[in-house]
Ligand binder design. Structure first.
Ligand SMILES: Cc1cc2nc3c(=O)[nH]c(=O)nc-3n(C[C@H](O)[C@H](O)[C@H](O)COP(=O)(O)O)c2cc1C
Ligand code: SF4
Ligand code: SF4
Length: 273
């Protein structure tokens, strides 16, 4: 089968998933001498369009890990994508805690919508909630691993005994476990689903946060107000030029500090090929 395109396809609110997925796709493109295309479905208007692939495509497909799973706000959209027999490489980016069942869930979803998952990987990206948990990752070492992984995927595709119908085995449980539950110091569940970022007086009303919110939830006319759900992706917090967006919710801050305290070891990428 002649593959003509390799795709970097991702949802990436703070850019870590994008870096990993694009590094892999670009290298496969160079190895196989085919062009790389991008499909970024981070923004809500893009997710209104139907997207389909063909057997001529190799799709490196990445999402961030949210509570140990594929972001639940994306599930409906992911179901509308058509793989049509394209080869795919499911990738998850997680914030140095754990990816739990996110990779197996993504693999299963992509398989269900018609892709052929032939390799997969879990990589580490700086945690959305923090600037120290997985700080600046993916870093050079991660991207070297991603590049080497891409070379091995290219070799696999070119090898004479390559069987595209053999679904890649990945780490994770089937049936998929519940979403990861943050807990307080006494072990009681903490519910941060309704927590939203606040805006301080440093705000210069540049509107960047309203433009980049992946859920379109920050009101353009009044950036202090939300008009929909918040997935706590922290794009608005991390990208505000004057640090005007912040969280002050007690439970959220407890969870953030607990993660930073508990997960200081350097997690390494897991590759499946
Ligand atoms: C609501 C929420 C839940 C998250 N849950 C996890 C998790 O369970 N495990 C983990 O290691 N990282 C978790 N993260 C961190 C992200 O997976 C990580 O920062 C990822 O690199 C972000 O990708 P992006 O830069 O493409 O947006 C979570 C982030 C958010 C916003
Ligand atoms: S990005 Fe920051 S400064 Fe710009 S409008 Fe949003 S909160 Fe205000
Ligand atoms: S409002 Fe929530 S969903 Fe929107 S960018 Fe900020 S943290 Fe992300």
């Amino acid at each position: 089968m002649q593959r003509k395109n390799v795709w970097s396809v991702y949802f990436s609110a703070t850019g870590t998933t994008e870096k990993i997925v694009t590094t892999i796709a670009k290298k496969i493109g160079e190895d196989l001498d085919i062009s790389m295309k991008k499909f970024d479905f981070t923004f809500p208007n893009v997710r209104l369009q139907k997207k389909s692939f063909t057997t001529e495509d190799i799709v490196v497909f990445g999402v961030p890990v949210i509570a140990g799973r594929v972001p639940n706000l994306l599930l409906k959209y992911l179901d509308t994508i058509e793989g049509n027999g394209a080869l795919c490489i499911p990738i998850v980016a997680y914030g140095n805690r754990n990816y739990d069942d996110a990779l197996i869930e993504l693999r299963n979803i992509l398989s269900k919508v018609g892709f052929k998952p032939i390799a997969a990987g879990a990589f580490i990206g700086e945690h959305s909630f923090s600037q120290v948990l997985g700080e600046n990752r993916p870093d050079g070492k991660d991207l070297d691993i991603a590049t080497n992984f891409a070379d091995n995927i290219s070799k696999k595709i070119l090898s004479s005994d390559f069987n595209e119908n053999e679904i890649i085995d990945v780490k994770g449980e089937n049936p998929i476990r519940q979403y990861y539950q943050p807990r307080d110091s006494k072990g009681n569940p903490i519910d941060i689903r309704k927590v939203t970022p606040k805006t301080n007086n440093l705000c210069i009303n540049c509107k960047l946060c309203a433009v980049i919110c992946p859920l379109g939830s920050i009101k353009y006319d009044n950036v202090r107000e939300l008009q929909g759900v918040c997935m706590k992706c922290c794009a608005c917090v991390k990208r505000c030029p004057v640090e005007a967006k912040y969280y002050d919710d007690e439970n959220y801050l407890y969870h953030q500090h607990e993660l930073e305290f508990q997960y200081t070891r350097r997690a390494e990428p897991d590759l499946f090929i």
